[in-house]
Design a protein around this ligand. Sequence first.
Ligand code: AMP
Length: 110
Amino acid sequence: MCIFCKIIKGDIPSKKVYEDEKVLAFRDIDPKAPVHILVIPKQHVDTVDQLEDMSVVADLFAVMKKIAAEEGIAGSGYRIVVNHGKNAGQAVPHLHFHLLGGRELSWPPG
Ligand code: AMP
């Protein structure tokens, strides 16, 4: 079982910010911005490349929009990132969206 599935199951602790029957959101353990939240589908999918049920994306985006408002970063702006595979540096093989904000973010990413 992957580390994020263990977090979903409750076997590994996390700082949850949102949960429903399909989606879990929790604070990144190594935050790269004042707000850095991971938003994941509860159903395991390795990467965005493996995703078949695209309705999952709508669920995740609805949650990210809600969290951004709650975290107070909707007005100042934020970034949503999905890393896929080696060149993007994907470390955890469970689809996840990074929601980053709370400071000015440089572009392009390194
Ligand atoms: P990625 O490089 O896109 O696969 O991102 C994986 C993210 O998961 C990294 O930002 C890690 O800091 C984060 N991460 C790894 N383990 C945990 C954990 N147990 N709780 C919260 N975040 C984690």
